[in-house]
Ligand binder design. Sequence first.
Ligand code: XIL
Length: 549
Amino acid sequence: MKKAYNIVLLLILGAWVAMAATVNITGTVTKTGGGALKDVTLTLSGVSGLSAKTGADGKFVLTFTRVIHMDASKSASMKFTLNGRNLNFSSSAGKISGNVSVFSGIGRQLFSMDFADLKPSSKGITLPLFTPGLNILRIVANNSTYTCPIIQEGCNLYLKESGSTVNNSFRIANSMADAVSDTIIAKKAGYTDKKTPINSYTLSDIAITMDSAQAVACNYTTLKEAGSKCGTHEILMGMAVSPSGLNTSVSNEFNYVTPENEMKWQNTEGSEGGFTYSQGDAIVTWAQSNNIKVKGHCLVWHSQLAGWVSSATGRERVLGIMKKHIEALMGHWGNKVYAWDVVNEAIATDSDVGTGNAQMRKTVFYNQIGPDYIPLAFKIAREYADSHNMKDMKLYYNDYSIDADNDKSKYLRTVVKQWVDSGVPIDGIGFQMHIGPPNNIPTAESVKDNMAYYASLGLEVLISEWDINLCGSKVTAAQQLQLYHDITKVCVEQPMCTAITIWGMNDSQSWLNSWSTALCNGANSQSLLFNNGQKKATYTQVLNALNGK
Ligand code: XIL
């Protein structure tokens, strides 16, 4: 039988033992039904520091060479003998305490056992089976350490020289030779972990097939529980809030909030350098005491801006204004805010539905600073966060009508790709998803496709301001229910979809009711999940999809 290991004994010098061992495993990971699986992480159980990732062709190479230095052996005042698999001690000491451990040739600990008050004449310690080939036995007895290489080759355990101390080599053998019992673990989000037992550390062309994780149906009764506990990844469930709406109906269902208006420029720096935070503070304080995360919204936006900013001129001047604003708000709330919408709605088209003439919106920031204002805003925010103890702060770009297949969504894809390729420090894309008049009505398929695109760039995706407007009869009630369900399901099935925020609690409070282009003309948009504090059928659709139903 071919030796299933590749181990070189480098040196055994009375005092210490050093060995080099090599793992060399190659293979391909495919998904059930066929097709290579990219970005699967492969590790070997119990071997730290060893991992590989599959490329686009599903192939991986796990190689590992390392030299192990064992503790220095003390002079053998103690003798160790093997009787079968029993390790016995003989010593003048009355009682012996310590630990016996065995390491494989690649330094994986195979066995460790503490012992105490052992009498030298007693039965001793029963050793387990080791990996074939070279192992290292380490005995710590009465605070002295003894090491010894052990070769496991054949069948029964025996000592090379009866009565030898562990400073001399002895052999252990059994008929299980070549049965390296180890496991390759393959992991990928959205797939069930795959454990593949191996019997060798030198294997080529191993084939591993992974099943996509089946959504398991859950029965959680709140949105936040279903979002965090069901499915294969956590989804934060968010609500747009104002200080007047901070109550238990929000905290019972949601674990994420976005201030609807309170952190916008006109409300935080209405006059230059005159920062006002009290409205935002009220939300942040309440959120903290209810264990709710906050998304700061938003740092750079052309709307709800302050007049003094809109009329400022000159690149350096407007860049300075933008920097000061970003740093002031991030500095004020620090890590009490979990993430920020750094730039909001920077793409324009001829219509709100996202058709025609997609281009950068000609805001004061664009006009005065130039097209690089977005990369600069993200860099300013990232540098400020990293140098002010906010390394985990997430930075997002947020926009509407980018979830459908339209000119705007296509344009944003190319722009975001350029940002990512040029190292702009962006963590994710918020799809506002104000669905219906005046914005687009996407299909679940188009949302899935857009989310998958940004996920493939390594970005998070969020549904950041969700409502589905029934005004103007552009969306039917039945369609609304279907979209709430199916788009939630898309998020559940996209590992990078990290949050869903609903833009308002009760229908009567929806901003759409009074926003002229939403076609409501003061009527109720019926766009949300609650009405007069009661859960609507739309709520059940979202909950069901989160529960995998
Ligand atoms: C809306 C608020 O809901 C309204 O109360 C306010 O009058 C106008 O702004 N895109 C965004 C949000 O990023 O900030 C907007 O919120 C809705 C559209």
